[in-house]
Design a protein around this ligand. Structure first.
Ligand SMILES: [Zn+2]
Length: 130
């Protein structure tokens, strides 16, 4: 998978979520099939931190349950960096190993969406609009 497709309406939902959660990081679970995001599930950053995020186990389980009901997959995890660039932090890199889906990061500083995938190493993939 070299890219992920994110619609402009889902981008808008995620951007607003990121702006609303400032100064803290925001997070969400991305549903879809293959490399196409079909729906976003906004979650709470239980750390309430401007530099880290954690989705509670309850919301993760809820997310997987919704995905199953809707017959879609959990294809990505979204979070925002309110004040820094959309590049994975060391903590992000560590958690990417236990959550090997596409990671989309939104930068509140540059208003950019970027996506990453961990293979043998972390590589950036394209974010395309539908
Ligand atoms: Zn991060």
């Amino acid at each position: 998978m070299q890219k992920i497709i994110l619609s402009s309406s889902d981008k808008k939902i995620l951007t607003e979520h990121a702006e609303n959660e400032k100064p803290n990081e925001s997070c969400a679970i991305l549903f879809g099939k293959n490399n196409v995001v079909s729906e976003v599930f906004l979650t709470k950053n239980v750390e309430e931190s401007p530099t880290n995020f954690t989705i509670s186990n309850e919301q993760l389980i809820e997310g997987y349950k919704i995905a199953e009901e809707k017959k879609v997959d959990v294809i990505g995890i979204f979070h925002s960096h309110p004040n820094s660039e959309a590049y994975p932090s060391n903590t992000d890199k560590k958690f990417m190993q236990s959550n090997p889906v596409v990671w989309i990061i939104y930068s509140g500083a540059t208003k950019d969406f970027r996506a990453y995938l961990l293979e043998s190493e972390i590589k950036e993939i394209a974010v395309e609009e539908k």
